[in-house]
Design a protein around this ligand. Sequence first.
Ligand code: ATP
Length: 603
Amino acid sequence: MDTFQVAVRVRPQNQKELLNQSKSILQIQNGKQIVFDPATTESASGHVRQKNLGFSYDYVYNEKSTNTQIFNEAVNPLLDKLFAGFNLTVFAYGATSSGKTFTIQGSQSEPGILFQSLEQLFKRLQPDQTLKMSFVEIYNEQINDLLNTKNVNLQLRDDVNAVQIVNLTQIKIESIQQTFLLINKAFQFRQTQATGENANSSRSHSILQFDLQTATNTVKFLIIDLAGSERLKRTNCEGQRMLEGCSINKSLLALGNCLSALCRNNSYVPFRNSKLTRILKETLSGQSKVLMMCNVTSSDLQYEDTLNSLTYAQRATYIKCQSKINIQSIQLNQTELNQIIQQLKEENQQLIQDLEKAKITQHLEDTTELDTILKELIESTSLLYLNQCDRKYLEFENNTENVKKIGELQELEQLALEQSKQLKDKLKRFTTEKAQLKIQNAHSKIQENKLSQLSILRGKIIEQMQNINAHQKHVIIHQQEVFEQLSQLAAVALGESEVAPLIKQFKRAPKQTQAQQAKSADDLMLSQLNTQQINTTQNFTKNINICEPKRIQTLEKWNANASRVKIIPGLTRKISINKYEYENQLDELTSQLNNMSGSIRRK
Ligand SMILES: Nc1ncnc2c1ncn2[C@@H]1O[C@H](COP(=O)(O)OP(=O)(O)OP(=O)(O)O)[C@@H](O)[C@H]1O
């Protein structure tokens, strides 16, 4: 049995996915293999992508698989190992709303693997063994005690082999009922919020630990429900939710980096980069049996997320660490000894096979390592371009509310950039012709990703520009009409000699700009957004206000006549109004013009 096992679970499509008639992009081939975007798939948008990527794992579960089936096949055998003296960690990974919490906690009718494990723990517990429990969450890089809510922001302390959480509450548990109550209460304190994708999204990583103790030995069983990896755009998160999202993504990226280093057997593994990876150091460095439950949906609405999760999980399958039995001073009965002997035999067999493989296929291992690095490079550059394009679009929107998001995206870009740089450095040692060819292919793929992200960005910007232009065009046409009416009224109030130059200036302005600036149809349309024209309009309305006394004078003269007819040179319409209509119209038109100028400027 491998020390690090990976199971993938595909959840049934949810209401949103069904309503959108989304297509399935996953094809489960057997209990161990899955094809992403198989050759026959067509997405909801009709666009055929067909990456046709095959992945294999220790277990693959489909939409109909139940928590009980998963527990019996993947978790229960690991509990044997726990009782034989091995530490054990089960963690759920996946995008937001992919079903992690459902797998761990389950529902009333379908208890998750946590509750099923608990039943087994109590069933197998020997009189000389005790069980203790602790429960924390990591929220925004802060560790909070879920068994004592006053105990927040706990610190970590490095011991020889493990990292300890200082002042952590540990409660001795003696019955299932007592433990259920404690856990259910603790869940209420866990940070959850509604996001665009999940009405009850976990915003923290939760780590539940059971210590199985005898007089001489302690083994640990960790059940971890990670917060969902998320693309900030998809979850529509802002403010606090967005900060949480960034912190979640950062710690998951740190975990991914540790997994990569482990699968390449690097001597240095960057555990210290996040609280999550510091806590998991003991688990991941071979002192624990590990089951990673990777949750995904088959819907093509989550195309990128599913691909990312499957790739992340695939990387974990390369980890070949040897778990050590957790011996302090251990007294084992015959059955336990037999189990350990069997375990050691299996591992020994595995080692012999690995050694043989290593001797014969040294260069193949190099190729595998190169493949892994290139795969990660493609992933991290894709993430980089995605973030860059998201940021560029926010910058284009030029909205003050975006400033914070832009800063956060820049931070993520920086991380992805650093990771890509490190990976590129690693590529330098692969110098054979075959390796160079692979590297060249990967670079073409990276370039392709970049171009496709840029073309999406370009499409979004053009669409937005067209919306803006259509709006501006409409406002300008309307503005000209209003201006014309206003000119006539103003001429009555101010006299033609004062108004005529302003009218001339107003009418001439667009021609100058068009001639100077228009290079294409788009430019021509944009040139109508004429600052000079707006300025003239504003001056014009200002003049009318400044000339208020003159206007009153004119109006007084007007009293003598009940109505008046006037034609202004250069304007086509006649006006025939009385004093009150005149005043009302002038006020209304002036304010309309001001509003429109403001509207154009804002756009
Ligand atoms: N296998 C499944 N069968 C039925 N319903 C499921 C399954 N998996 C998930 N769901 C439902 O999908 C929704 C989202 O699942 P869940 O909350 O477990 O996602 P999550 O990955 O924990 O999300 P987040 O990271 O946002 O906390 C829930 O309503 C859950 O009941």
